[in-house]
Design a protein around this ligand. Structure first.
Ligand code: 13P
Length: 248
């Protein structure tokens, strides 16, 4: 039985003061979570330490990005050990915004994921097709290619990895894949994970992301291969995120 993972990706939102107010409100709205799920928030780098120092009950923390070296002349970057030191358990890598705006390749994402694992955290590796790729019938081949490429060299570590399937056309648009379409892609991803890593594939959590909201989360989470959600906009409001974390 896979434990579901509900994660809030705060993206580039919230000053430190605003982030602290949000985690306090979230803690009040979500004082405990059922044992069958993990709940995590991923604030900006600047807010991470302040969030880590707040009472958070069952809510864990993660980061949104990392650089895959332990230290050195990498101006502006943050190492895995720095994130582990703060108390991060997860690091999002290869979000579609980073793939599109910062040119991150599957090979670079695989390096980041390996560095995150080496520091004792779990990478949340994001994959997903664009609208054009879906409309031209290439969604599955694109996504499975990203899965294989982003896991290169990590075949023996699959169970500590989280995959987030986030169709690009569903991010921030209010459009969501239907639960059935999402399940179809998740099952295809799991089959690819089986090809890559054998039986460990059954233990890999595959999150869905893209306009997850209180009114669609229950149906998405009821699908057999959907093991959680990576939530953007709806994670910025405490009551809304608490409702998502309390999916039925
Ligand atoms: P939205 O929930 O705002 O569509 O964002 C999804 C996302 O990109 C999470 O990483």
């Amino acid at each position: 039985m896979r434990k579901k993972l509900i994660a809030g990706n705060w993206k580039m939102h919230k000053t430190i003061a605003e982030a602290v107010a949000l985690i306090d409100a979230l803690h009040a709205a979500l004082p405990f979570v059922p044992a069958d799920r993990d709940v995590v928030v991923c604030p900006t780098f600047t807010a991470l330490s302040s969030i880590a120092a707040r009472p958070r009950g069952p809510i864990g923390i993660g980061a949104q990005n990392v650089y895959p070296e332990s230290h050195g002349a990498f101006t502006g970057e943050i190492s895995p050990a720095m994130l582990a030191e703060i108390g991060c358990a997860y690091v999002i890598v290869g979000h579609s915004e980073r793939r599109a705006m910062f040119g991150e390749s599957d090979a670079f994402i695989a390096k980041k994921a390996a560095a995150v694992l080496a520091a004792g955290m779990s990478p949340i590796i994001c994959v997903g097709e664009t609208k054009q790729e879906r409309e031209s019938g290439r969604a599955q081949s694109v996504v499975l290619g990203q899965v294989a490429g982003s896991l290169a060299g990590l075949e023996g570590r699959l169970e500590d990895v989280v995959i987030a399937y986030e169709p690009v056309w569903a991010i921030g648009t209010g459009l969501t894949a239907t639960a059935a379409d999402a399940q179809t892609m998740h099952a295809a991803i799991r089959a690819e994970l089986r090809r890559i890593g054998g039986a460990a594939a059954e233990r890999v959590r595959i999150q869905y992301g893209g306009s997850v909201k209180a009114d669609n989360v229950d149906e998405l989470m009821a699908q057999p291969d959907i093991d959680g959600a990576l939530v953007g906009g709806a994670a910025l409001v405490a009551e809304g995120f608490a409702r998502i974390a309390n999916y039925r």
